[in-house]
Write a protein that binds this ligand. Structure first.
Ligand SMILES: Cc1ncc(COP(=O)(O)O)c(C=O)c1O
Length: 219
């Protein structure tokens, strides 16, 4: 498999704002593997993507921000629960790209301004609450906010919860290519990838990438 040739050819054709530092390290966790008497264990260090402590979200945001800029959006809207990592990472990326950020949180305003909620406010986002603790209330309210901004002459770019749409998932298709190259270079042949899904955008992208490359990796 001439992975590196394919890699360059495919990924240079899709607009992407450079935010992270690639490839992220692939690190062996031998003591953890021994402690749990488990198999050989490697960790793809996507906690080290390098932009705004954004972890896995930065990969998708590179593609999403490129589309927002191409559409000449003047604001970005996303949402989730008030301590969302995804919202914090998206806010940092939007502000970095010079766009206004509107955040939709489920529930009602928090008494304690801490953690990601605090960081989002420090980054200058306009914060709105749905008034409903159900996280899915965010989806409709995002559209309400976008319609309001448009009616006032704005050009909002909507990112769904977790950045989990086709373009956002492309981040982890590319990650599968990156990981496959690292594994080939380091002579590692994983049989299982383990990940923690939330919105499942990461999982969808990895699945598509693993399938596209015909890799024998089980997720
Ligand atoms: C630290 C962390 N890991 C994993 C995930 C899950 O990623 P995804 O939403 O793409 O399933 C999230 C977000 O939900 C997260 O914040």
């Amino acid at each position: 498999m001439k992975l590196s040739e394919n890699h360059e050819h495919i990924w240079h054709t899709i607009p992407r704002v450079p935010l992270g530092f690639w490839p992220t390290p692939l690190q062996e966790a031998s003591r953890l593997a021994a402690a749990i008497a488990g198999p050989t264990l490697w960790i793809k260090r996507d906690d080290l993507t390098g932009f705004g402590f954004g972890g896995n979200k930065i990969r998708g945001l590179e593609f999403l921000m490129a589309e927002a800029l191409a559409q000449q959006a003047d604001s970005v809207i996303t949402g989730a629960g008030p301590q969302s990592n995804s919202v914090r990472a998206t806010t940092a990326a939007a502000v970095h790209a010079g766009m206004k950020m509107v955040v939709v949180y489920s529930g009602t305003p928090l008494d304690n301004i801490e953690g990601n909620y605090r960081l989002v406010r420090l980054l200058g986002a306009e914060v709105r609450f749905t008034g409903d603790p159900d996280r899915s209330s965010v989806d409709a309210y995002i559209e309400t906010c976008a319609a309001e901004l448009r009616s006032n002459g704005g050009r909002p770019y909507v990112i769904p919860r977790g950045g989990a749409n086709t373009l956002g998932a492309l981040g982890y298709v590319r990650a599968a290519y990156e990981l496959a190259e690292q594994c080939a270079a380091q002579n590692i042949a994983p049989d299982v990838l383990v990940l923690a899904p939330g919105s499942c955008g990461t999982q969808a992208g990895l699945l598509a990438g693993v399938h596209a490359l015909g890799l024998p990796w089980r997720l």
